[in-house]
Design a protein around this ligand. Structure first.
Ligand code: SF4
Ligand code: SF4
Length: 224
């Protein structure tokens, strides 16, 4: 899923304090799971804004709504469409995709981001999420038995570790980050495939990554 963190309240408030009719719009998918922008966060943030505006003597009318997914047009029928049209500004707690999708669907409304979108990650435990995929566009997990050196090695090394791996941890952050290449080695050993590590990995084809500009996927078989 996409992992995001809510922006500091001061930054959020600065971005919306001049609006008169503000809709705080949550998203019920990734940002709900990582507790950055779901229904609960919408409620708390809306109240914080009301309180701050009250203190400032401002007159922001704040409404709240959360839809299943901000990145899919069909879910805006869940009552969001009317509320967006009634507002002069929307504070989106969806990821950056959600914010831009609202801008595309409702070009007359001002949309502000309420979260900082971080990465594609997994839940390690309640309150801890970690990066697992960098969306490189050409998955090579098969070659590394399911451990991604691009997303999980701090230097995205494809042909073995650097000299900074120590006790299984990465030199870039020895307290918190496991060395991806230690993980790859341990995985190969477990599967009795250490000889696979002798294979030379040719330079990766980065043309599928985002360096070639914005990417699209089109599936002719499901187009209608
Ligand atoms: S190889 Fe690419 S697509 Fe596969 S997990 Fe790593 S970054 Fe993601
Ligand atoms: S210590 Fe391991 S994870 Fe860190 S940069 Fe070196 S090889 Fe990559």
């Amino acid at each position: 899923m996409i992992i995001a963190e809510q922006k500091p309240f001061k930054e959020i408030y600065e971005s919306v304090k001049d609006s008169e009719k503000l809709l705080v719009l949550g998203c019920g998918t990734c940002v709900t799971v990582c507790m950055a922008g779901g229904e609960k966060e919408v409620g708390v943030l809306a109240n914080q804004i009301r309180l701050a505006a009250g203190k400032d003597g401002g007159k922001i009318e704040v409404t709240e709504h959360t839809i299943t997914r901000q990145c899919d047009e069909e879910f805006f029928d869940e009552g969001a469409s009317e509320k967006i049209k009634e507002a002069d500004s929307v504070l989106s707690l969806g990821c950056g995709v959600g914010v831009q999708h609202i801008v595309q669907l409702y070009p007359d409304v001002v949309v502000r981001p309420g979260v900082n979108t971080q990465f594609y990650g997994a839940t390690l435990q309640q309150g801890i999420w970690t990066e697992r995929c960098a969306g490189c566009g050409e998955c090579v997990l098969e070659r590394f038995e399911g451990i991604c050196p691009i997303a999980r090695c701090s230097k995205s090394l494809m042909n073995g570790p650097c000299g900074g791996s120590s006790n299984g941890m990465c030199e870039v952050d020895p307290e918190n980050t496991e060395c991806a290449w230690q993980l790859i080695y341990d995985r190969m050993k477990r599967l009795n495939k250490l000889d696979k590590l002798m294979d030379y990995q040719p330079p990766k084809d980065w043309s599928h990554d985002r360096d070639g500009g914005p990417r699209s996927v089109s599936r002719e078989d499901v187009l209608f």
